[in-house]
Design a protein around this ligand. Structure first.
Ligand code: SAM
Length: 264
């Protein structure tokens, strides 16, 4: 592995099949002048192709040894490298209209996706490779086993498409799981208006915390059954039955009810 020992704790499985490098970069279709941001460039399998097409790339890499190699290989005007944790990176510092690309470390995929959702307003799009099962949860529809917190929290912000599968044999070391590439495009003005984002996140988390509970029980600490009925939601139903728009309506009704209650 080019003398680098893959670190499990950083989710290091490097893409080693040029066919899939090409397919990912073709899906992104980077152009000169665009702000391409790569998360976890690693040994630069994607970075090389991205730099070739876009001219310059910004990258965030947590592994000190890999960051040193990348600095040796690319001049700073071609690769603006941030040796940092993508989970607490200040994306606002990179400007707007960002095109994020990453073969993501799978052990942090959900928190990283939530973080990108928080910054959706400054993203043009996101292309990520993830464990196949995570992509299935991202695109899942209500009433299916895969539908849950990740589906709702991402679909309320992004339109998400699964593009193609990538077999385990395309990576070194070979992981135990298969992967898939997804494209996320912010809904921007089409996104439903959420009155209170932290409250929305709490409602969604509680609704799926114990999937078999009815909403009446799962949301008992957040709202009364009357509030659910006022939002047009059956308190006897389960979180998995609610569409993304239902969650938005419910959380907005919870917020409006709390705001209307006399202060104590
Ligand atoms: N992009 C390369 C490729 O396709 O071969 C590497 C992919 S590897 C699955 C994940 C990369 O993300 C590694 O380089 C790893 O060091 C880096 N990484 C892991 N956790 C990270 C974090 N929290 N912030 C930034 N980079 C991280």
């Amino acid at each position: 592995m080019h003398g680098h020992r893959a670190r499990k704790r950083f989710g290091q499985n490097f893409l080693a099949d040029p066919h899939y490098v090409r397919r990912i970069v073709e899906a992104v279709d980077p152009r000169p002048g665009e702000r391409i941001v790569e998360i976890g460039p690693g040994l630069a399998a994607l970075t090389d192709a991205l730099v070739e097409r876009a001219g310059d790339v910004t990258a965030i890499e947590i592994d000190r040894d890999l960051a040193a190699r990348l600095r040796e290989r690319f001049s700073p005007d071609v690769l603006a490298l941030h040796e940092a944790d993508a989970l607490d990176f200040d994306y606002a510092a990179l400007g707007d209209d960002l095109r994020v690309v990453g073969n993501l470390p799978y052990n942090i995929s959900s928190p990283l996706l939530f973080r990108l959702a928080d910054h959706a307003a400054r993203l043009r799009d996101v292309h990520v490779m993830l464990q196949k099962e995570v992509v299935a949860r991202m695109v899942a529809r209500p009433g299916t086993a895969d539908y849950g917190r990740l589906s709702v929290m991402l679909q309320v912000v992004f339109r998400i498409d699964r593009l193609f599968l990538v077999p385990a044999g395309a990576f070194r070391p070979v992981p135990k799981v298969e992967s898939a590439v997804a494209r996320l495009v912010p809904l921007a003005r089409d996104a439903p208006a959420i009155a209170d984002r932290p409250l929305f996140a709490r409602v969604v988390a509680a609704a799926f915390a114990q999937r078999r509970k009815t909403l009446r029980n799962a949301l008992a600490s957040l709202c009364a059954p009357e509030t659910m009925i006022a939002a047009g939601i059956d308190p006897g139903s389960r979180g998995e039955a609610l569409a993304v728009a239902d969650f938005v309506r419910l959380a907005n009704t919870v917020k409006a009810t709390a705001d209307a209650a006399p202060a104590r």
